[in-house]
Structures are given as structure tokens and as C-alpha cells.
Design a protein around this ligand. Structure first.
Ligand code: FES
Length: 77
């Protein structure tokens, strides 16, 4: 994490960027994965709802992108 990054989870020093990275590059598919991979929302849990919003919006965004890229060309031959 960079020095100027705003933290989403202060207990474990996790930024929004780290949460998004866990989903995009780490393969996290839900908040439980993000908690396991980053430790976000595993302390006092005050940030849980904020982490959940980030996870859900990123998953939805990737579903939209994935949906656009998932074209089966075999059926068009
Ligand atoms: S601020 Fe995230 S667990 Fe406490």
C-alpha cells in the first residue's frame, strides 16, 4: 500500500485498491474471500459494510465486463 492511499479498513491497513486487487488479480469472488486474502473487516468489523459495498460493486462491474466478453463463436460457424 502506498503512503497516501486512503484506508478502508483501519484495523488492518487495507485500502480500497487492495480490495479491488484481491478481486481482480487474486480471484476473490465474495466478501469472505476478500477478508481471507486482505484481512479487511476481520478486526472490529466497523468497516464491514463499506468493504461489502466495494466488493459487490466490483463483482457486478466484472460481471458486466465478463458478460460482454463471453461470446461463443462456435455457434456462429
Ligand atoms: S476498521 Fe476494518 S476491521 Fe476494524
Amino acid at each position: 500500500m502506498k503512503k497516501n492511499e486512503k484506508l478502508t479498513c483501519h484495523c488492518n491497513g487495507v485500502s480500497k485498491k487492495s480490495i479491488v486487487h484481491a478481486i481482480q488479480k487474486g480471484g476473490a469472488v465474495d466478501i469472505a474471500d476478500v477478508q481471507r486474502f486482505t484481512l479487511a473487516a476481520t478486526g472490529c468489523r466497523r468497516c464491514f459494510s463499506q468493504v461489502e459495498v466495494i466488493v459487490n460493486s466490483e463483482i457486478e462491474r466484472l460481471k458486466l465486463v465478463g458478460f460482454q466478453l463471453k461470446i461463443d463463436f462456435k455457434d456462429n460457424a
